[in-house]
Structure formats: structure tokens, C-alpha cells
Write a protein that binds this ligand. Structure first.
Ligand SMILES: [Zn+2]
Length: 77
């Protein structure tokens, strides 16, 4: 039950806050392009997640940019 702030000792506050620290991010190697990406997220480089294309990363790029990007993705495989 909530108590007025003065009833909470610094020790009690610090004990509660000991669990609020950020955990280190988990990186994995993308199985499609080989890029280091966050686990359980769509790869920002190739747009793949679990062997399926989720985002078309080549959409909206010029012909020249598409060629460069495609090469980059294929190089990592
Ligand atoms: Zn990827």
C-alpha cells in the first residue's frame, strides 16, 4: 500500500530502483544479409524477418541506389 514519501526510507527506494536499470541490447546476425541487428526486430538493412520480406527496402530508391543496395545485401549472404 502507498505511504507518504517520508515513510519510505532511502534504502527502500533504492531497493525498488535497483530493478529499473536498462539491460544491454541483444544483437544477432541477420540470416538474410548478415548485418548485425536487434533480436526479434525486422532487419533495417534488408527488411527481412524470419526468412520473410516484411519491408521493401528498395521501394522509393532510384535505379542507381537500388543497384548499390541490392549489391550490399547480396554481399552479406
Ligand atoms: Zn538483413
Amino acid at each position: 500500500m502507498a505511504l507518504p514519501a517520508r515513510h519510505h526510507s532511502r534504502s527502500r527506494i533504492n531497493k525498488r530502483r535497483s530493478h529499473t536499470a536498462l539491460k544491454p541490447l541483444v544483437f544477432i546476425k541477420c540470416p538474410h544479409c548478415g548485418e548485425r541487428t536487434l533480436a526479434h526486430r525486422v532487419c533495417p538493412k534488408c527488411g527481412f524477418y524470419k526468412e520473410k520480406e516484411i519491408i521493401d527496402v528498395l521501394k522509393g530508391l532510384s535505379k542507381k541506389e537500388k543497384k548499390i543496395k541490392q549489391k550490399e545485401i547480396e554481399k552479406g549472404q
